[in-house]
Design a binder for this molecule. Sequence first.
Ligand code: BGC
Length: 755
Amino acid sequence: MCTAVPYASRAGGRFDPIGYWPYRRTMISRILKHIIQKIIISTDPDGPQSEMNLAVVEDTDFQGLSPDGRTPGERAEEVLSSMNLDEKLSFVTGYKSLALRALPRQRLPSVWMSDASSGPRCFGATTAFPSPVAMAASWNPELTAQAADHIAEAARAKGVSILLGPGVNIARIPSCGRNFEYFGEDPFLAGTLAAAYVKACTRRGVICTVKHLAVNNSEYDRHKISSNLDERTLREIYLPAFEMAVKEGKTRGIMSSYNPVNGVWASENRKLLTQILRDEWGFDGIVVSDWNSLYSTASPMKAGMDIEMPAAKWLTPVRVKAAFVKGEAGEDDLDRMAGNLLRTLFAAGIYDRPVKNPEAREFHPDHENAALKAAREGIVLLKNEGGTLPLPRGEGITIAVCGPLALESSTLGGGSCHIAGDTGTVSLYQGLKAAVSGDSLDGDAAKIIYVQSLNNPGSRKTIRDADAVVIACGFNYQTESELYDRPWRLPPSQRRLIRRVSRLNSRCAVILTAGGGVETESWIDDVPALLHGMYLGQAVGTASAELLFGIENPSGKLPFTMARKWNDIPSVRNYPRRYWTTTAGRLALGQGNPRLRKMRHWDYSEGLMVGYRHFDTAGVEPAFPFGFGLSYTSFIIEDLQLSAETIGPEDSLEVVVKVKNTGNKAGSEVVQIYVADTESRLPRPAKELKGFSKVHLEPGEAAETAIRLNPRAFSYWDPDADDWVAEPGEFRILAGRSSRNIDSEAVVILSRPGE
Ligand code: BGC
């Protein structure tokens, strides 16, 4: 059974350990949320199983051909032609909330699904990998693929064949409750990591459902707020990550989103689900509805939906048959849906193997090590003045640790990406203790003291006398979650704590847990060191301690921009003023029923100017720029060379740069390649990320790294041509360490076709 929602018990029965007062007022909503979550995930207590296991085939690299050489399409056709109307009707709606129904007459077993991106959270415990935003902060597709490989292996061990992730929605506003489940604000970064993730899962025979198509960038009233945007913004910002997951990652699944897009619910949006997805991008897999995201019967069937989850609500046999009678939909629609499901399941080899792979490892130290590796690279060092970090160590040293997340470290945000039963969370306090008592410090020791509050003279003295203090702040699975958005500012109690600690001891470091940007302007000058820890999964404490003590060198880079002021972010222009509050009505009423509440409209009036695209084009100083992250060593990036001075519209360009580690500690740097169009018919952002590469170097070592830019790197979506257009002319190719820190550049000329 999916043990996903002991939210309250994890917090020891307290609902608001973080202490943000608006949350206290939303207790009813939170309880309601637990109930909703329980309902959507309650499944067969025995989990995935079937008595109809067929032949066993190898668990990797399915070619999609049956042993007798028939294609998945031919096999699907054959099964489809044997199905009667009732079988087809029941096949296109969910079973036990997380499965596709078995077809007993055809001897095809049920097929099981599970959330998702940080590990298969349903059907018992699992290793909690870092959140997708932490994976994005690593800027390391190989590491992401490694994590995905282990996640998929655990899924296969549990009998899960469809993973309900990863999510690739763009972090448009820092407060979106689900930013932690996504890969940051840049479509190229998100698409690259999603493609790597999907490929790794597909190799294990697990179908990914890349979600949520599309423009689902806030949890505030997600069923009822239409994301309204122009075609160019849709194509350049909100769709490319999906497009890359389809074209490069070859994903076999897509999940639609809750929200309407330009007034048409995503689940009934034929333009998104069929015209763009299948006709333009060549997607050949299944479209799964988000849970309770259908709002009518015929429209989703016509639009390109393949299965209603978690159960039949709008696609009940009675309703579908009534739609047939009225001529609103026909059996050909149903055949297409069932056919897509069957063909994709055959192609992935799911019907040719046991439900559970007995050889796959559900838990293994390899998984835990991979989770730790990914967590280390997901941490971003944002500030480090006066040698505050690494923390001092040695006989007689005392490190004080305080803050709401020191003992109860947050592993992941809340909702369907949250893993309640992991295989062993290490808190920050435990991680620090282990780091000083282990061999890793060559016998060095330090005393780690947890300080719960500053309310008595003794604890204040401990802080004052310590050699350094670590303050663990941020959000957790209750305060940052699916279903509602979170405040941009840290809770007042946490800001107060930072101020008071910094006055008592100037050698202090804040480590943040959040899925995106938070306000730092009001307290950043008080602290000499700051790390953004994202959500690091179960290895949170170990990874954080290793970086704090300098056992590992930070190499993460922000996958989003951190603003100084809320109003510097143009995307918040039409955002509700009290966006962080939730009410029972907003959460529950009208879910999946358009008649209960009206649709509201939210204009994406900033257009392309999301994140650094805005800050860099408008020249607004951010608190910390996109792509930024410090190290305990230093690097230079130089000698940018291009494979050609002039290229044609269909050509790729190779960019080669030299990176040198100029410090005295081994470390990794991310070379970021931005493209800037010097002159263009339509306005374009000042620069856009189009390539990157992470390079590991020993002290004093230098290496060259090559990054290929494909023709799309120079193009924009031209609404007149209704297509991508690369305008001839001059482009600047910029290599840097953040969007604001460009070290080397060169110019390439894009010639006219035939020139
Ligand atoms: C979420 C999906 C998730 C599904 C199943 C929904 O509430 O939006 O992302 O996969 O639940 O848990």
